[in-house]
Design a protein around this ligand. Structure first.
Ligand SMILES: C[S@@+](CC[C@H](N)C(=O)[O-])C[C@H]1O[C@@H](n2cnc3c(N)ncnc32)[C@H](O)[C@@H]1O
Length: 199
C-alpha cells in the first residue's frame, strides 16, 4: 500500500464527493461530450462529476484503493468512468488524444513534474484545455491541507514555464480561498489556479 492507498483506505472520502469549485467553473468552457483525462483523480470526485456532465472521462492514478473508490462513487451516481492504474512518473497519454486534462491537487515532486506535466499537455488536441488547481508555496502558512514540502507546491510562474510552447495561458491566479472539501481540505488556503489552451 502506498501513501495514498493508506489514506484512501480510511472510511469516507478524504476530499469529499463533490467536485472542486474551480473545476466546476472552468469546465463550462468544455465542448459537449469532451474526452477528458483526470490524472491523480484519487477517490474520483472530479472525474465522476465530469462524467455526470456528459463527458467521456478517464481517471488515472497510482492508488488502486483510490481508483476502486472512484468506481464505487461512479456506480452510486450512475455514470460511466474509465479508470486506469498508472504512475505519472513514467506514463504519457497518446499525443493529441484528449480535449481536456484536469489536475486538481496533484502535487508531484520536482524530480518528475516537468516531464509529467509536458507529457500531459502533449496529450491535448490543439485547442484543448488544461485545468489545474494546486496549493501555492504560501500554503505552508496554513493548515488546511497539502504537502508540507515547498518542492511539491506550485506557483503560476512555474507552471507557465513548464508548459511554455505547449499551452497558451488563459488564467493564472494565486491567492486565498476557503476550502471545504471533505476532511482533507478545510479552511483558509493559498492556492494556484491555472488554465491553459493547447497551441
Ligand atoms: C491530494 S490527492 C488529490 C485527489 C483528487 N485529485 C482530488 O482532488 O480529490 C493526490 C492524488 O494524486 C495521486 N498521485 C500522486 N502521485 C502520483 C503518481 N506519481 N502517479 C499517479 N498518481 C499520483 C495520488 O494517488 C492521489 O490520488
Amino acid at each position: 500500500m502506498n501513501f495514498w492507498d493508506q489514506r484512501f483506505a480510511e472510511p469516507g472520502f478524504k476530499y469529499g464527493t463533490e467536485a472542486n469549485a474551480f473545476l466546476r467553473e472552468a469546465a463550462l468552457r468544455l465542448p459537449a461530450a469532451s474526452v477528458v483525462l483526470v490524472p491523480g483523480d484519487g477517490e474520483g470526485r472530479n472525474g465522476v462529476w465530469l462524467a455526470g456532465q456528459g463527458h467521456a472521462v478517464t481517471s488515472v492514478d497510482n492508488s488502486s484503493v483510490g481508483l476502486q473508490k472512484a468506481q464505487t462513487l461512479a456506480a452510486e451516481k450512475g455514470v460511466t468512468l474509465t479508470t486506469t492504474f498508472v504512475d505519472l512518473a513514467d506514463w504519457s497519454p497518446a499525443p493529441a488524444s484528449v480535449d481536456a486534462v484536469v489536475l486538481i491537487y496533484v502535487h508531484l515532486p520536482g524530480s518528475i513534474r516537468l516531464r509529467a506535466h509536458r507529457a500531459l499537455a502533449q496529450g491535448l488536441k490543439p485547442g484543448g484545455w488544461l485545468i489545474l488547481e494546486a496549493f501555492h508555496p504560501q500554503q505552508l502558512h496554513h493548515s488546511s491541507g497539502g504537502p508540507r514540502d515547498v518542492d511539491m507546491l506550485y506557483t503560476p510562474e512555474q507552471l507557465a514555464a513548464e508548459f511554455a510552447d505547449l499551452l497558451q495561458p488563459v488564467l493564472a491566479w494565486q491567492g486565498e480561498t476557503t476550502l471545504s472539501e471533505g476532511p482533507g481540505h478545510q479552511g483558509l488556503a493559498h492556492v494556484t489556479r491555472w488554465l491553459g489552451q493547447r497551441i
